[in-house]
Design a protein. Sequence first.
Length: 325
Amino acid sequence: MAVASRKRWSRLKTNVSIHRLLNNWPAKVLSLAAAVLLVVFNNVSRLEERFFSVPLQLVLPSDHVPAAPYPQRVRITLRGDGDDIFRVLEDDVRAFVDLSAHANDGVYRAAVQVEKRGSALDVEPLEIRVEPTEISVALEERKRRSVEVLPALSGFPPPGFQLGQYQLSPSTVEIQGPRSRVEEVYSIETEDIELSGRSADFSVRVRLVRPDPLVQIIGGDVIEFRGVIEEAVVLQTFEPVETVLLGLPAGLTLASSLPSGSVRVQGRQFDLEQIQRGQVQLVADAAAVTAAGSYQLAVRPDVPRGLLVLRYEPSQIEVEVVEDQ
């Protein structure tokens, strides 16, 4: 009897509990949903965002390279707990595009993928977004060739000096890049090599200027330039120059003045700039003149030491000698 009463009482309590649970159930469901949403909203509101950019890496087939410019960096957005996301370094996020499956020239569009590394692996929750989400890349067969190095000379040595010879080491370099661009490169210039103020031999290390951002210089982009500075040698013509007669015997004189002439010389620029009027002249020797009359006399140039005479005129003159009155 007692056992039956307890069973009836238990069933009664269960029915009452179920009744209470089901009573006004729509409102209870809405309340539960609101509570869940409140928890989710509270968690979401605690998340923060952080922005930075990282290099975009291309995974390429072994014999192809990019044939046109493409985005070098992408924007990364981290979303997570404020303390955690600021522990993530830029090196902990790798952005890349995998084009290794494409073995032919062409333009390919692929998604930008993101890989977590380092401290980013330990951050939860962590949402990572990337912009742009995909890019187009033109691929072309890789080509390699050797080209000449040309110096880019700037300015001039001081007056009286000049660059005589120079040597580049190395004088050629190898380049590589997309076939169409490499085929258009025949030489590579250096950065400016300043000659101003240089009056002695010199040696400098100077960078090469890449002719195209998609063309690489193999083995380094620095070469050595050795320059030999010489005293400048120039040509100059002196005209008119005086002709003088030497050794005319006493009691004789010229019937008329001697003709002027010209002298062309080669010498150091500094020396030529110092020559005064009268230092260059033509000389006729009157040693053969013994009496009044007409004479053909040889003429020679008389110039300062260090000058090389290339040409002079006249080479001989006719003079009329008379007795001095």
